[in-house]
Design a protein around this ligand. Structure first.
Ligand code: TYD
Length: 225
């Protein structure tokens, strides 16, 4: 074998062993969907069911996080910071969150995460549409997210007609700036396009009764366990 071929073989062995030490033992499940899609109610119930079955093994987490970085995101939102600032703060929050998620996965935990990078692509993609065009916005957001994310094993996308979702939101208190029909339609379109290009997405029709939504989502998670 030539020296060059040997070197290539060695680097392959190193790459394989790095991948082996990096192998995560847990399961990373992300919950996504527009506001009012019912994802949070489904998630809480799914968490309770799984945590009862596997005490100590299930983690429920969310973005924006309950850390100072999550506070920065909420502050930027309240202060009406620019779309780009907000996007980068979501990503900074996620970079730190990713370190904790990776650790939980190495410990073999099942991590349920309410919103992750697809939220940034969809929500900030729609917000930045006006300033950079939706295609460039999505490309930019994917590029800044890719190096810092932990790839989900499963992304559950809760879908519902946008007008129905908005009706549900209106019945709750405190509409955020993200919650208007035209904007949420764009967010929904981006979510659906992400779903088409990634086989780890699973769509749950959340216009169904909540018990059915929960049953379908739980079955999708169990299929990955
Ligand atoms: P939150 O209060 O967590 O609402 P929900 O229960 O609907 O998830 O709100 C988070 C809001 O932040 C929601 O409107 C979506 C938005 N968001 C983004 O715009 N980008 C992101 O990357 C994330 C994680 C959330």
């Amino acid at each position: 074998m030539s020296a060059m071929a040997q070197m290539e073989k060695d680097s392959l062995v190193v790459a394989e062993s790095m991948a082996a030490t990096d192998t995560k033992k847990g399961l990373f499940v992300v919950f996504e969907g527009i506001d009012g899609s019912g994802k949070s109610s489904a998630e809480r119930s799914i968490y309770e069911t799984l945590a009862n079955e596997m005490p100590g093994r299930v983690i429920l987490t969310a973005e924006p996080t309950e850390t100072w970085l999550g506070d920065c995101v909420r502050r930027a939102n309240k202060d009406d910071s620019s779309g780009a600032t907000e996007a980068l703060l979501f990503v900074a929050d996620r970079a730190e969150h990713g370190v904790r998620i990776a650790q939980w996965l190495r410990e073999g935990k099942i991590v349920l995460c309410d919103r992750y990078y697809a939220s940034t692509i969809a929500y900030q993609g729609a917000a930045l549409k006006g300033s950079m065009g939706v295609k460039s916005a999505i490309e930019w957001l994917k590029a800044v997210n890719e190096p810092i994310i932990v790839l989900p094993d499963l992304t559950l996308l809760f879908t519902i007609r946008v007008d129905m979702a908005l009706e549900r939101v209106k019945q709750r208190s405190g509409i955020s700036k993200f919650e208007n029909l035209e904007y949420l339609r764009e967010v929904d379109l981006i979510y659906r396009s992400l779903c088409m290009e990634d086989p780890t997405y699973f769509t749950v029709d959340s216009s169904r009764p909540l018990e059915q939504v929960i049953r379908i989502a739980l079955a999708a998670i169990r299929a990955k366990l």
